[in-house]
Ligand binder design. Structure first.
Ligand code: C2O
Ligand code: CU
Ligand code: CU
Length: 483
């Protein structure tokens, strides 16, 4: 590869910038976007499926459609049973499930159950391709703790494009341990699901997946913040305390969440379920793919404005993309005082003692600057290569060593793992619970304890990858079998 002198490079970049400015699309005014903020907050429909011979069955029709993000403009999208995103699937731990996934896209796709522990054949990763017009109907048991999970497209090299268009939804799991706690859990009354994403629209109000070289490096980001497909909605509520189930469903944006008045709130659950105890915080970062459940007290009657400072993979070099308004909570005058917070939430056993291998995953980049490929242990994803096998029942130590100047949120299929060390330090309390996605900052080394139970398959693998979807599609992914 030739190494351009920096002056030449700068001239080239300036030239490209000049071209971009002259493009007519950018000179046209943006459609009337402001008109659509401030609408009432809406959640995706809650779907409890239907019972068939003791099995909870969900029908999920994936199709192209449209959604009104901007006033009076129909934007082309992908939705699941609706125009944009999909339903909130509601199920109980221990349920036997069947998912009927119908592909109405006109092109191959997959649908992956992010965070769920299940057989590799049911995982919905790149090896469970659904042909156009076909229906895929995996059956599996819901072996989870109560928590907030999600599902999204995972087609090889198309994950970013499919999720950007709207191919994602939430799974809400309940169990007895959680039901015994004094926590808000009435959907739409004191329990709300927020899918956070950002998008950018072209002059015609469309959001084509047109990732440029920078987007592929830093992760695709947009300037319009959306919650459940709405810009800056408002929720009027009479509840003194709300439970917010927040999913970062963005392609490439990390969100530093906080309230405009810097009020404290409490995290009660991480990716895989309840934390040991509520964790008080004034801000928290959610990476692409991560979920958190939070309690927001409104008993003082003050309006609460949720904000997100959005940043991409290269934040260490480039800083953040700015602070966006997410949504507004407007308490009713007639609220009652909030009950006392539970002191304990879940009995989280300490991470299991390792019985198996220690594996190191080194994140690196080839080449330089904008030309680099993202690598795990020096290689890129190969659809026909299993990178390693784990013996069924093993508890392994997986060490992620980020030698790049970028942030990578690393996700492992099939498991809920425990973080045992971040740069040699114990994890923060909100990171000490069940996790399936973890932020690895530039230069960081993060150690995980991962247990592989129940399901073995000599042929079909699970994935591990960066959840910046542009990095995943570019090959920052590997696959393992449990045997
Ligand atoms: Cu959320 Cu492999 O994915
Ligand atoms: Cu996953
Ligand atoms: Cu990455």
């Amino acid at each position: 590869m030739t190494h351009l002198p920096s002056v030449t490079r700068r001239k080239i970049l300036a030239g490209l910038g000049g071209l971009a400015l002259a493009a007519p699309a950018l000179l046209r005014p943006r459609p009337a976007l402001a008109a659509l903020s401030g609408r009432p907050f809406v959640q995706p429909a809650l779907d409890a499926g239907r019972m068939e011979a003791g099995r909870r069955v969900f029908d999920l029709a994936v199709a192209t459609g449209g959604h009104e993000f901007l006033d009076g403009i129909e934007t082309a999208t992908i939705g699941i049973n609706t125009g944009f995103l999909g339903p909130i699937l509601s199920a109980r731990a221990g349920d036997a499930l069947r998912m009927n996934v119908a592909n109405g896209l006109g092109e191959p796709m997959t649908l992956h159950w992010h965070g769920l522990h299940l057989p590799a054949a049911a995982d919905g990763g790149p090896h469970q391709e659904v042909a156009p017009g076909a229906t895929w109907s995996p059956e599996f048991d819901l072996r989870q703790k109560a928590g907030t999970f999600w599902f999204h497209g995972h087609q090889h090299r198309k994950t970013a494009e499919h999720v950007w268009a709207g191919m994602a939804g939430v799974i809400r799991v309940s169990d007895e341990e959680e039901a015994a706690l004094p926590l808000p859990r009435t959907h739409g009354e004191d329990d709300f699901t927020l899918v956070l994403q950002d998008r950018r629209f072209d002059a015609a109000g469309q959001m084509p997946y047109d990732a440029n070289m920078h987007d592929r490096m830093a992760g695709m980001q947009g300037d319009v913040m959306l919650v459940n497909g709405l810009a800056a909605p408002v929720l009027d509520t009479a509840a003194p305390r709300l439970r917010l189930r927040i999913l970062n469903g963005a392609n490439g944006s990390f969100y530093r969440l906080h309230f405009a008045d810097a009020r404290a709130f409490y995290q009660i659950a991480s990716d895989g379920g309840l934390l040991a105890a509520p964790v008080a915080m004034r801000e928290t970062v959610l990476s692409p793919g991560e979920r958190g459940e939070y309690l927001l007290d409104l008993a003082d009657g003050a309006v609460a404005q949720l904000r997100a400072e959005a940043f991409g993979a290269e934040a260490a070099m480039m800083g953040s993309a700015g602070i966006r308004e997410v949504m507004t909570f407007r308490p009713d005058a007639a609220r009652t005082p909030a009950p006392a917070l539970p002191e304990r939430l879940a009995d989280l056993a300490p991470p299991p003692a390792p019985t198996g291998a220690t594996r190191t995953f080194t994140l690196s980049m080839s080449g330089m600057g904008m030309m680099g490929d993202f690598l795990i242990n020096g290689g890129q994803y190969d659809h026909d290569r299993i990178d390693f096998s784990v013996p069924l029942g093993a508890t392994e130590t997986w060490i992620w060593d980020n030698t790049t100047p970028m942030i990578h949120p690393i996700h492992i299929h099939d498991v809920q793992f425990r973080i045992i060390g971040r740069n040699g330090q114990p994890p923060a309390p909100q990171e000490a619970g069940l996790k399936d996605t973890v932020l690895i900052g530039p230069g960081e080394k993060v150690a995980l304890q991962v247990r592989f139970d129940d399901y073995a398959d000599a042929v079909l693998p699970y994935m591990y990858h960066c959840h910046i979807l542009e990095h995943e599609d570019a090959g920052m992914m590997g696959q393992f079998t449990v045997v």
